[in-house]
Design a protein around this ligand. Structure first.
Ligand code: NAP
Ligand code: GDD
Length: 341
């Protein structure tokens, strides 16, 4: 089996690539040219010295339709996982046009590339609980109406409907995974969970003394990214394409995440956290709570990692990084260049 993964350098892309390689897939990943290395999350997968590498990276961009088209006809994948997006909600208010170009039109470009090559390729679309936005019912399920609250969420909603439309109009096996927030030690450093675990461990190691955050009252249904990529794959293994909510069924506030993380480190976050209005959003999503009973029933999927385990896993990984950073800093103070050690 051959899979093509956009967004392979991101958090989910790296876990999905690991998962698919372990299942024996050949994995092709789309990467963007960057002036510095951007493959840190997948470097450990890239070269297997004992066998031919089954992970291949190709250059491209979701804003470049002709490139996507030639890649799809050349690779002829069995499955496409469309994970690429400008995925930061706050940033989408600063860069709405780009976020929509990559996140919405990018999906359309990929679907058109798929349609025009006339192969029975299965398609997974990374849809998001952000589409529920100003929620009209709680918990949110596949039948809950959408109410997007950001350029990012509007782009995701466009992609969601295009995936449904290509399924209905052209019979393409297209699935939407409506994933609620999922985190991991590989989470981008500017999302709130990772920002907190990184800062708390650096505070514990004496590397920083303040953490600036925005709205602490927002509530999210947080799961572990490693559990969620399995659900993406399961959707494409069914007889019929469909859309599924993937969530834990528990919601916690940012404040509760702070309690968990700082408590684990024996610290009181009130002493270190300050509110900075720069991190408020023009319109906020106050509460997300997913009902994943359809995924449990049809896909036989359920999350394995609890909220507490997730927070601790992220703290443990960031503590390791903070300790290394402290060692490098101490060597620096002694006058030795860290790279010469
Ligand atoms: P992420 O870590 O931000 O990764 C995003 C990926 O998209 C990166 O590989 C990035 O490449 C790539 N990308 C961005 N713009 C691109 C472009 N114009 N062309 C090609 N590639 C581009 O996001 P994630 O957390 O793994 O999430 C994966 C997907 O699921 C995203 O679409 C996200 O919106 C969606 N989602 C995430 C969650 C969540 O809680 N994590 C929940 C629901 C849905 P670079 O590395 O070069 O930047
Ligand atoms: N990023 C960030 N930084 N968020 C903060 C901060 C801060 O300093 N302080 C408070 N928050 C609040 C945000 O206002 C939001 O309500 C909540 O923490 C979570 O923010 P993020 O971690 O940035 O995630 P998100 O929920 O906006 O979006 C993530 O989840 C979506 C799924 O619901 C992203 O991964 C999206 O790509 C994904 O679709």
């Amino acid at each position: 089996m051959k899979a093509f993964v956009t967004g392979i350098t991101g958090q989910d892309g790296s876990y999905l690539a690991e998962f698919l390689l372990a299942k024996g897939y050949d994995v092709w990943g789309l990467i963007r040219r960057s002036s510095s290395f951007n493959t840190g999350r997948i470097d450990h997968l890239y070269l297997d010295p004992h066998e031919q590498p089954r992970l291949r990276l190709v250059y491209g961009d979701m804003t470049d339709g002709s490139n996507l088209s030639s890649l799809i006809s050349e690779i002829k994948p069995d499955e496409i996982y469309n994970l690429a997006a400008q995925s930061h909600v706050r940033v989408s208010f600063d860069q709405p046009i780009y976020s929509v170009n990559a996140g919405a039109l990018g999906t359309l470009r990929l679907l058109e590339a798929l349609r025009s090559c006339n192969l029975p390729i299965k398609f997974y679309q990374a849809s998001s609980s952000e589409m529920y936005g100003k929620v009209v019912e709680t918990p949110q399920s596949e039948t809950t109406p959408f109410y997007p609250r950001s350029p990012y969420a509007c782009a995701k909603l466009y992609s969601y409907w295009q995936a449904v439309n290509y399924r209905e109009a052209y019979g393409i096996f297209a699935c939407n995974g409506i994933l609620f927030n999922h985190e991991s030690p590989r989470r981008g450093e500017t999302f709130v969970t990772r920002k907190i675990t990184r800062a708390a461990t650096r505070i514990k190691c004496g590397l920083q003394d303040r953490l600036y955050l925005g709205n602490l009252d927002a509530k999210r249904d947080w799961g572990f990214a490693g559990d969620y990529v399995e659900a993406m794959w399961l959707m494409l293994q069914q007889n019929q394409p469909d859309d599924y909510v993937i969530a834990t069924g528990q919601t916690r506030s940012v404040r509760e995440f702070l309690d968990e993380v700082f408590g684990y480190l024996d610290l009181d976050w009130n002493q270190y956290v300050r509110i900075d209005p720069r991190y408020f959003r023009p319109s906020e999503v106050d509460l997300l709570l997913g009902d994943a009973s359809k995924a449990r029933r049809v896909l036989n999927w359920q999350p394995r990692v609890s909220f507490e385990q997730l927070a601790r896993m992220m703290v443990d990984a960031d503590m390791e990084l903070a300790r290394r950073e402290r060692v490098i800093q101490n060597h620096g103070k002694e006058g030795a260049a860290p790279w010469s050690q």
